[in-house]
Ligand binder design. Sequence first.
Ligand code: ACO
Length: 322
Amino acid sequence: MPAKSFIHIMGTGAYIPAKVLTNHDLVKMVDTSDEWITTRTGIKERHVAARDEASSDLAAQAARRALDNAGVRADAIELLIVATATPDMFFPSTACFVQKALGIKEAVSFDVSAACSGFLYALETAKALMESGSYKLALVIGAEKLSSITNWEDRNTCVLFGDGAGAAVLQKRQTPGGILSTYLRSDANHTDILNVPGGGSRAPATKAAIHMDGKEVFKLAVHKMISAAEQALKRAGKKDSDLALLIPHQANLRIIEAIAQRVHIPRDRVFVNVDKYGNMSAATTIVALDEARRQGRVRKGDLVELIAFGAGLTWGAAVIQF
Ligand code: ACO
């Protein structure tokens, strides 16, 4: 019988585009205020990619930093998965563009679509393929250029989103630890409360923009992320008090605070950076994990849980031992 293998995160990296859009900038674009955005969402500013920067450009930069952090050469990567709701184009996949940018001659590259839960969906997919297949090294990326599908005249949504990418290098090892458990779910009864209705085969369009029932999304986000947090901990045989850090999807500070209260985790063990970046969809949890590691908030042996929620509805969690 082959020895049991474990999937470890060996390195992380993030790339946030340079241009900053503050709440004060948005006041000049729509009927809103810094006070409204801050009290309702916790967001102070977000970053917006340049016109000629696509999701794969952000992803490739994040990937380079993750490879560097892991001490792994790009051409050693055998599996490359990009989670994105804003692919460069319908096809080729954004993952293939990243493969090209990194100069990887041959790999298995594809995209995963699960909106804001995308990184966790990609992580579980990579883990399962690595455990059952022959892949030893993988790149898992969350990358979004949400500014490309934002209606900049709709104050209900345009204040919420930002652009960015995060990447993780995964390695199959014999050493126990790494991704201890994952938990994923989707409920397709709510496809109407958060979507981009135009631009696909149902309604081809030249203009595609995010549509959202914010209140419904808020309630379900809290409920589903708490459930995911509990289920993944249970599967890993751990308790919330074992967590060194909880990294929730960064959509709204009030959602994060509601979750923190329910899972009984002290506020200083809940990671928050939504104030700086807004909601970067599939990129949020991995960008946050990278920042936490670089700030020294994840030490060897620490237990970290990522939780996310997005359109679909989709939601999930992963418990990782570093
Ligand atoms: N500035 C000023 N006023 C605004 C703005 C704005 N930017 N946006 C909306 N409003 C107004 C609305 O028009 C409405 O006015 P009305 O009552 O006269 O019609 C009013 O504010 C709504 O206010 P509230 O009900 O207090 O808004 P709420 O507290 O529900 O906050 C928010 C709205 C921030 C969108 C909240 O519902 C939310 O965060 N929901 C979750 C959103 C989310 O997480 N989305 C991402 C999901 S993940 C993914 O897959 C993309």
